[in-house]
Design a protein around this ligand. Structure first.
Ligand code: SF4
Ligand code: SF4
Ligand code: FES
Length: 219
């Protein structure tokens, strides 16, 4: 396998040709905010727009989950332009988020909390007006609970569910502000077709999908 050497935030890194900047950084202890990326996904959806970084020689920031490393590349995760895009995206996301960490199953193991800490930002946005969706919590599945008010529409659960092909039940419905992760036909998530494999809960970066049995917690 061919290797590539590059610099991220001043740190020299060697990784393999074809690797995305996001994974090269994370594997080397450099955190880049991310919600939608999955390592085994060769064609990332780049849906969350939180992984912006700057590359020397490029005028605009790029998403680290889609950009491949290159020999001699110089990446800056802390550039002003990139950070400002990430902050704006994060605050916009939090403007429709039912924030209640103290009562949330993901508290302490939540990617949103990690991103806020990384950005030295509050989970409560001040820039945008709060616009909550106030959707009903779906408790119909014996294994897990789905709270769409904590969903960030990252698509990770949909992707792992689709690996079951003919038995996949998760998908997205509606557009814009009304976009929601749901089941085909908008049936309760406790549908008989759910295999109860638990994979969707393990990949969910927030408290939107959570095991009822706390001994099966993520991690
Ligand atoms: S999903 Fe994360 S940020 Fe949202 S309430 Fe739960 S712990 Fe807090
Ligand atoms: S339920 Fe979780 S994994 Fe699924 S789209 Fe929402 S935040 Fe992402
Ligand atoms: S992790 Fe890159 S856009 Fe979501």
């Amino acid at each position: 396998m061919k290797t590539v050497s590059l610099t991220i935030d001043g740190k020299e890194i060697t990784t393999y040709k074809g690797e995305k900047i996001l994974w090269a950084a994370l594997d080397n202890g450099i955190y880049i905010p991310n919600l939608c990326a999955m390592r085994d996904n060769a064609e990332p959806e780049a849906a969350c727009r939180l992984c912006f970084v700057e590359i020397e020689g490029k005028a605009e920031p790029v998403t680290a989950c889609t950009e491949e490393v290159a020999e001699g590349m110089v990446v800056n995760t802390r550039g002003e332009k990139a950070v400002s895009l990430v902050r704006a995206g994060f605050e916009l996301l939090m403007a429709s988020h039912a924030l209640d960490c103290a009562h949330c199953p993901a508290n302490g193991d939540c990617e949103l909390q990690k991103i806020a800490k990384h950005l030295k930002a509050s989970l409560k946005t001040k820039r945008f007006r709060l616009l909550l969706r106030e959707l009903p919590v779906d408790d119909s599945n014996p294994l897990f609970t789905y709270d769409p008010n904590k969903c960030v529409l990252c698509g990770r659960c949909v992707r792992v569910c689709r690996q079951h092909k003919e038995t996949a039940i998760l998908g997205f419905a509606h557009r814009g502000f009304d976009r929601v992760m749901t089941t085909f036909g908008d049936e309760p998530i406790g549908s008989e077709r759910c295999l109860e494999c638990g994979e969707c809960i393990k990949v969910c970066p927030t408290g939107a999908l959570s095991f009822k049995d706390k001994s099966k917690l993520k991690g």
